[in-house]
Design a protein around this ligand. Structure first.
Ligand code: PLP
Length: 442
């Protein structure tokens, strides 16, 4: 046992420049996972940690699920790689059909990528190419939203609404504008969808009047913004966005990289909110986080606009070496089987009221200024320490980890999104640990 522990801590942590990490803080006091099963991670120092975040919002069925493991093992020994440019293999077609069965009616064409970021770039490119194909090539403008997160590639950060990203790298795409975010103080402590804010969708009419509808290709939003702090769409807001975009011939893209695959108690947020966009971007839960994979679901109208011209011509000049790669496709199919066999989307819906009550029991916990929830997502906003934004939440994250619970923080917001197999007792443990931790923090 002792020996085992030692081999799992690398001697040198310098070479790995870690993503979205305070590298110096981490390397001074590393936190390593060496195993995982179901709801728990195993740490390098031999502790079990309850996963309150589904890894990074991706392991919706929990960890090391046998069906997925076996599918990947079988596939890697059968057909390791096959090109999908001018060639194919059966599993990519099968997975595409399975995904199309889950997306809203009419969004039946699936383009595979390797990540959420690539799904976003793909959807934005499809939007521009779609308008060109229809002779409306002036529609090049893209509209995002403040506090939106659409991954880290150039298109995504430009339409995204994270100020740090945009300031450093986001000015490359011109012709991008942003809707206001929907996070209003009067909605504090709302349960599920807040009452106020549908009118913020009307701002799109203002942007249309400013730029002209004939210059706007698409609007992209997360139906529920996850990474910037769990911002739930106000009642009626998404419906209004749909009406305005449809009226002006503007495509509506839902970025469902987090909300897809059961997180809100339905396959997609589009279903939860009863609003059908023209495209949905997805990743993460598509393969339960096991093999990198993303996808874009596009409407028949979009797809069919490309299917013209000589049949030997490539219709959409876009794709990745690993688009629909066999091992990822096998993981995806086994993942969707697992979700279905275990009824996990319904399970998330059934647990949502318990989750909501548990989270809102923290309303009198120390430092808490707002609580937001939907499906199996929760956001707990903390009062920032004066002059040290993000510090209090980061301290909460470190203290929770020491107490055996993995949470995530963004700004001064704790975000939680446990695997959909979580039990009521484990919800109590998550929330109880957060309460204890907050009581001990400055
Ligand atoms: N879009 C949304 C809504 C996300 O939440 C994320 C990641 O959290 C991304 C895109 C980027 O996904 P990836 O990190 O797989 O590129």
């Amino acid at each position: 046992e002792e020996q085992n522990m030692n081999v799992t801590v690398p001697n040198n942590l310098d070479a790995f420049w870690m993503p979205f990490t305070a590298n110096r803080q981490f390397k001074a006091n590393p936190r390593l996972f060496v195993g995982a099963r179901d709801m728990h991670y195993r740490t390098h120092d031999g502790r079990d940690v309850l996963d309150g975040t589904s890894g990074l919002w991706c392991c919706n069925a929990g960890h090391c699920r046998p069906k997925i493991t076996e599918a990947v093992q079988r596939q890697v020994a059968t057909l390791d790689f096959a090109p999908t440019f001018q060639m194919g293999h059966p599993l990519a077609f099968e997975l595409a059909s399975r995904v199309a069965d889950l997306t809203p009616d009419g969004l039946d064409h699936i383009f595979f990528t390797n990540s959420g970021s690539e799904s976003v770039e793909t959807a934005l490119k499809i939007a521009l190419a779609y308008h060109q194909a229809r002779g409306e090539g002036r529609r090049t403008r893209l509209i995002g939203r403040e506090r939106g997160y659409h991954g880290v590639n150039f298109g995504g950060i430009s339409v995204g609404g994270i100020v740090n990203n945009r300031r450093h790298f986001g000015a490359l795409l011109t012709g991008v504008d942003h809707l206001p975010h929907t996070h209003l103080p009067e909605n504090r402590m709302s349960r599920s969808q807040p009452e106020h804010g549908a009118h913020l969708a009307e701002d799109l009419e203002r942007l249309i009047a400013l730029h002209g509808a004939e210059t706007i290709a698409a609007v992209i939003v997360e139906p529920l913004a996850g990474s910037t702090g769990v911002l739930i769409p106000p009642k009626g807001y998404l419906q209004r966005l749909r009406e305005i975009t449809a009226k002006h011939g503007i495509l509506l893209i839902f970025d469902e990289v987090i909300t897809g695959f059961g997180r809100l108690g339905t396959a997609f947020a589009a279903e939860r909110y009863g609003v059908t966009p023209d495209m949905i971007t997805m990743a993460k839960g598509l393969t339960n986080g096991v093999i990198p994979m993303g996808a874009v679901a596009a409407s028949g109208a979009i797809h069919d606009a490309f299917m013209t011209g000589p049949e030997h011509m490539i219709e959409l000049f876009h794709g990745y070496t690993y688009s629909g790669t066999p091992i990822a496709a096998a993981a995806g199919i086994a993942t969707l089987d697992t979700y279905r066999e275990e009824g996990l989307f319904d399970r998330a819906a059934e647990l949502a009221p318990y989750w909501e009550d548990a989270l809102h029991s923290l309303s009198d916990a120390r430092h808490v200024i707002d609580i937001r929830n939907e499906g199996l997502v929760g956001g707990i906003e903390l009062e920032p320490i004066d002059g040290q934004p993000t510090k209090r939440a980061f301290d909460a994250f470190l203290a929770a980890y020491e107490k055996g619970v993995l949470i995530r923080t963004t700004g001064d917001i704790i975000a939680m999104s446990p695997p959909l197999i979580v039990s009521r007792e484990q919800i109590d443990e998550l929330v109880g640990t957060v309460r204890d931790v907050l009581a001990t923090l400055d």
